[in-house]
Design a protein around this ligand. Structure first.
Ligand code: ARG
Ligand code: ZN
Length: 878
């Protein structure tokens, strides 16, 4: 056990900083084992309290105030702080000289080495591992950074802002000095240095300023940056048009590194990326990779205004920048690609990651009120649910008023460290909406459930819709106040067309989709002049992050999946239909009874595949079955992973048998001719073609496997290659081994492609997968020191291979727990994420519950555990 229990930090304890830092001057001499940092801070007292600076893993060499060296009796140092006992009343300069060891930094926070490239990750609290500082986002300052290194070994030296000086020094060294004119918190500081190559382009802003764009990569990767560069220019243009936001420095730089804890980081003028989200060529990157690159480039770029120009007062306000910036990048993707498909995949993601978080032991509000380790709060709730909250405001006020609200937010708070209240006040004043009740979304955790029922009165020609809301208790929150829930509603007539809607008290009928506001525990709406019994289409476009229960009959679902004018709800009806069927099959397997028969899904697939005008990408979405994890979530207790897997495979095979001819002909028709283009149109065709392939693989006869083998041999792009390999990796036999071998031989030098190779094997449903994963941990393509490798092999297994992670004897749990403990010594942040695989333990039957709890207790009870893993393990058990 830990000797000292880590103490939570609380929002209600916030106090403003006791000192301001007006200027920061850093002199950094790079060395793998001993990087020397000489810091000069121009400081000013703002309030009461001692001068206590944050600092971790630093060797303190010297402290000076106004040039005078302090004796050891005038300050104290421990593992986390440097406290200066007495400081001058007015302005003063605090100087420290410290040293740190990038080569020993496996946690990848602070200054570290990623394949011989020096790089930094300072969000949330990494700057304190570079030098002593007031490492909190409400301390904003102007940074001047001088970097010194060996000229031959480390020719490129980068930091935030503009380069202002450079030159040679004695002993083969050189320096570059950078100046960032914008005040910023330390978490946005970055330094990158090494033998890097770059590609360059230009962007002319809306006011006519020319900005230099540079993407830095390891040498040899220059030809893999084109797509990322194009995406950056599209994002810059879009932010001007959609939000009136212009870039503000003369240069914008991106660096791709291979060892990175998360996706990417928005450091001012110098974004640092996991190279997975930069590097792409058609033969190495899939359509999904291209889409992710475009979205993440945009996300980090958009942070320049929502995050950097306006930053967060404290880390409890994280959603202020993350939720809003995710909302912005979602809108960008919606404009660049198919809007309905984007909405569907975002809701899929929300349900797969955020709903389970909100319904489990780690549930927390979008703005949490306490944390032990802030890095554990970069969650689906803060990001994805946070984005949904912005989207709800957007839905309620419409695009024009939303823009007015945003304009006011930028006008009021540019240059400040703001709060959620500041944001909501600006939106409410600018968009003219009362958000008082809406604010509860930020402080109450849990997913509200909305119950809806409708009644048609033929004599009066009225349709009465009743809706009510409840939200189950979550940790620390037994009771909830009602939420303000916007519900977009349509009524569909027998001819499949939307009716014009006229609510009680309205003069004449109006729009066909209306946003109703459910603000009480219950509400009733009456529509007039409804000439026939409608089928209600509720929560169109998923206007609120809730679980809707509308008790629709199977035939209504079939009707909506064919006719709803709202694409999202068409998809939703299809998913509900398939889910209902699958759940009854799972139950039949458990009870030995017979399952409901439903051919509606197969019939819909047949119709869609033979229809003249279809959007292939949308069809690919609508015909895909819900995942095993989704089904487990729906069942919620005593989950039987074998029954779920079996039922899903059975339905897949029966649909394949039912529609084999249509699948085959669509497979042929969707073939994309000509050279690979990553754009949405072609990607959509490949998506549909590959969903057809995955059905055909289990269709009667062997043609599916043969088709996959042929596609694998002939593919000229990674999307088709991976789709085929995934099919083959799930069929026992020599073709499987041959394909995996061939893939390995071809791509072993490409670390990003090797991640795919690892993940495919980790997620296979075949028996023996766990042993194979164990073997792969010893493979040269794997290392625990690189987060992408850990995610590809271990996290894929733990969170995407439900069947084998939940092995009945507990071997999957024991393996993952071992890896958590091994990884915690190297990289606590990534280890804590992996621990999250155990969060759903209450969903399973008593045997599995016991086995999972045993492993969680073993983790929680381990000597020397990090704060990160400690918080996740103990909260999961609580
Ligand atoms: N702000 C980054 C983003 O755009 C995430 C970085 C978080 N990193 C961390 N170690 N907590 O989403
Ligand atoms: Zn972000």
């Amino acid at each position: 056990m830990r000797t000292e229990e880590p103490r939570p930090i609380r929002l209600k304890d916030y106090t403003p900083p006791a000192f301001a830092i007006d200027e920061v001057n850093l002199d950094i001499e790079l060395d793998p084992k001993a990087t020397k940092v000489h810091s000069r801070l121009s400081m000013r007292r703002m309030g009461d309290g001692p001068l206590r600076l944050d600092g971790e893993k630093l060797k303190l060499l010297e402290v000076r105030i106004d040039g005078e060296k302090l004796g050891a009796n005038r300050y104290s140092v421990d593992g986390e702080h440097l406290t200066i006992f007495e400081v001058p009343e007015g302005d003063f300069t605090l100087e420290t000289v410290t040293s740190c060891a990038p080569v020993e930094n496996t946690a990848l926070t602070g200054l570290y080495l990623s394949s011989d490239i020096y790089c930094t990750q300072c969000e949330a609290e990494g700057f304190r591992r570079i030098t002593y500082y007031l490492d909190r986002p409400d301390v904003m300052s102007v940074f001047r950074t001088r970097i010194v290194a060996d000229e031959k070994k480390v020719p490129v030296l980068l930091s935030n802002g503009n380069p202002v000086a450079s030159g040679k020094l004695k002993g083969g060294k050189h320096f570059v000095e950078w100046h960032d004119p914008f005040r910023k918190p330390a978490y946005l500081f970055a330094l990158v240095a090494g033998d890097l190559a770059h590609v360059e382009d230009k962007f002319t802003t809306m006011s006519g300023r020319e900005v230099t764009l540079r993407i830095f990569v390891e040498k040899g990767n220059e030809d893999r940056c084109d797509y990322a560069m194009g995406a950056l220019k599209r994002a810059m243009k879009w932010d001007e048009e959609a939000f009136g936001r212009e870039y503000d420095l003369d240069i914008f730089m991106i660096v791709a590194v291979s060892a990175f804890n998360m996706g990417a980081m928005e450091n001012k003028g110098l974004n640092v990326f996991n190279d997975k989200y930069i590097l792409a060529l058609p033969d190495t990157a899939t359509d999904a990779d291209y889409a992710a690159i475009e979205a993440i480039i945009a996300h980090e770029y958009f942070h320049n205004w929502t995050g950097n120009r306006i930053t967060c007062r404290d880390w409890f306000q994280l959603c202020l920048k993350e939720g809003l910036t995710v909302f912005r990048d979602q809108e960008f993707t919606g404009d660049m690609r198919s809007r309905p498909v984007k909405r569907i995949s975002d809701v899929r993601l929300l349900r797969a990651h955020q709903f389970p978080e909100d319904g489990g032991p780690l549930a927390h509000p979008v703005r949490p009120d306490s944390y032990i380790e802030i890095n554990n709060f970069y969650t689906a709730t803060v990001y994805e649910k946070g984005a949904e909250l912005c989207r709800m405001i957007h839905t309620m006020v419409g695009p024009k008023r939303f823009r007015k609200g945003m304009d006011l937010y930028f006008e009021r708070h540019d240059g400040e460290a703001a709060t959620v209240e500041n944001f909501l006040d600006a939106l409410s004043d600018g968009a003219k909406i009362d958000l008082t009740q809406f604010k509860r979304w930020y402080s109450q955790s849990g997913t509200p459930e909305v119950l809806a029922s409708g009644r048609y009165d033929a004599a009066r020609k009225t349709y009465t819709l009743k809706m009510s809301q409840v939200c189950a208790p979550t940790p620390g929150q037994p009771m909830k106040e009602p939420y303000h829930i916007p519900v977009a509603v349509g009524l569909v007539g027998a001819n499949g067309r939307d009716m014009k809607l006229q609510l009680d008290g309205e003069e004449k009928p109006g729009a066909t989709t209306r946003v109703l506001h459910l603000t009480e525990r219950e509400g009733t709406w009456r529509f007039r002049n409804v000439t026939e019994k409608p089928v209600p289409s509720l929560l169109r476009g998923f206007t609120a992050p809730v679980k809707l229960n509308a008790h629709l009959k199977e035939r209504d679902l079939v009707f909506l999946m064919r006719h709803d004018s709202d694409s999202f709800n068409r998809w939703e009806a299809a998913q509900r239909y398939a889910t209902g069927l699958l759940l009854s099959m799972v139950e039949a397997r458990a009870s030995g009874g017979t399952a409901r028969k439903g051919t509606g899904f197969g019939e819909m697939i047949r119709d869609l595949l033979t229809a003249k005008k279809i959007d292939p990408d949308f069809v690919a979405q609508i015909i895909a079955l819900p995942s095993e994890q989704t089904l487990a979530q729906m069942i919620g207790r005593d989950v039987d992973v074998d029954a779920i897997h079996g039922a899903r495979e059975e339905l897949r095979a029966s649909i394949a048998a039912q529609t084999k001819d249509e699948l085959l002909s669509a497979y042929e028709r969707m073939k994309v001719d000509g050279p690979y283009r990553p754009e949405a149109e072609d990607a959509g065709r490949r998506a549909l073609r590959n969903v057809c392939l995955s059905y055909l693989a289990v269709a009667p006869g062997k043609d599916g496997a043969a088709l996959a083998a042929a596609q694998f041999r002939e593919a000229d792009n990674m999307t088709d290659s991976i789709a085929a390999l995934t099919v083959l990796a799930n069929i026992e036999g020599p073709e499987r081994i041959a394909a995996l071998d061939a893939f390995y031989k071809r791509w072993q030098k490409n670390h990003l492609v090797m991640d795919k190779w690892l993940a495919i094997q980790a997620t296979s449903a075949l028996p023996g997968t766990l042993d194979e994963v164990k073997r792969l941990t010893q493979h040269p393509a794997f290392t625990m020191k690189n987060p992408n490798k850990v995610r590809a092999l271990i996290t894929s297994f733990a969170s995407m291979n439900q069947l084998h992670f939940h092995d009945a004897k507990g071997a999957g749990y024991a393996f993952v727990a071992d890896k958590v403990l091994e990884l915690d010594k190297l990289n606590p942040q990534v280890a804590a994420r992996l621990t999250g695989a155990f969060r759903s333990w209450r969903q399973f039957g008593p045997k599995r519950r016991k086995l999972m709890v045993k492993e969680l207790k073993r983790i929680a009870g381990t000597e020397g555990l990090s704060r990160d893993v400690y918080e996740i393990a103990t909260k999961t058990l609580a």
